[in-house]
Design a protein around this ligand. Sequence first.
Ligand code: PFF
Length: 450
Amino acid sequence: MQQSRDGFSSRFGVIAAAAGSAIGLGNIWRFPYVLGENGGGAFFLVYMGFIFLLGIPLMLTEMSVGRAGQKNPYGTFRVLAPKTKWYLVGVMGVAAAFLILSFYSAVAGWTLHYLSDAVMDNFSGKSSAELKGMYDSFTSSAVAPSVWTLVFLFLTGLVVVSGVEKGIEKYSKILMPLLFVIIVILDIRSVTLDGAEEGLKFLFHPDFSKLDSKAVLEALGQAFFSLSLGMGTMITYGSYIGKKENLLSSATSVSLADTLIAVLAGVAIFPAVFAFGISPDSGPGLVFITLPNVFLQMPGGYFFSVLFFLLLVIAALTSSISLLEVVVSYFTEELKLSRKTATAIAFVSVGVFGVLSSLSSGPLKEFTVLDKTIFNLFDFISSNILLPLAGLFIVLFAGWKWSRKSIATEILGEGKQETTLFKVFMFIIKFIAPFAIALVFIHAVGLIDI
Ligand code: PFF
């Protein structure tokens, strides 16, 4: 089975692809702001604690489950726990990937549009009010954002249709080093501006008074989303990792690379924002309004704005690839479709939902379900419900249902003695992770208001 299945061909390929999935818009527009808002260095310590305590163990679990099952998330649970209902966890993963990809590609479409604006020098000479006007009129129109969403999905599909080794791995190996180089260039520009210290202070100055329980849960939720956990991506990528690779070192490298890029993104953004005395915004406002404003005032702004939007596009693209691969691997393995047909069907169906998400900032703004626009509804269902639930069941599966021997075989190798680190890992998976994820879940669906 191993030979006939497409898979990653090198260790660097594994890390580039999985880090490509993890490093995305969540790192670049969300993490820096959340960090600054929630007590800087103090929040960072908690975040790092969660990465080590829960993020790495959960990523390791997902990769192990995937590599043992050798299939998409649904098929993997069918193989590992036949004649049980555990496959529903895989179904949740595939559904979450589908929904996340829908709204993710809508925003990713905006990043493509902004990249084209940056290349054509469309920001130049604009006041901040005009930049805000550009953003509002673009996002509220019907055609342009929908077209960009589809263009972005099409690019994602082009990579995925070429397969795991010749598509995902090949492009990740080019795009991830490029992303790293771009972010380092932006960092150097940002910290060498006069007045950059204010921004660094905003990011890193530890303010423990801001570290309430809400911030702690926020750190955990951010860690999960950022590491692409709970939605089948790491199970799917795990199924493509060769049996000889060391999963612990892969999961650790990917998690640390993800954290490093999140921090570097903060260093690229906030010192520049503060250096020009602009008040930091969050999310879309930060990257699409505040930053073009910053670039306009910065020496070499044209060059840096092109680089920045290219960075966003690359980050979004490699994450979307992993999401689309979850759906495509499900279609090819369970519905026995060719990769081409599966990608085409996924493109059309995600495209419909992606366009709906995109229209919900414009013509469909008033259309709400449960008081949420389509975009927010997809985000809520996937990030707040499916993701933590699937994550919870994955650890319950690995901790309580799967045989300890099987998980040890994936992590330590065939017939190896359990190490202390492995025992600690099992303790986390059995007792700590389920409890922590359940807490995030209860918080995220708003059942407890802390
Ligand atoms: N980890 C990505 C980010 O931080 O933007 C988002 C993401 C990608 C989440 C893939 C989940 C996933 F399966």
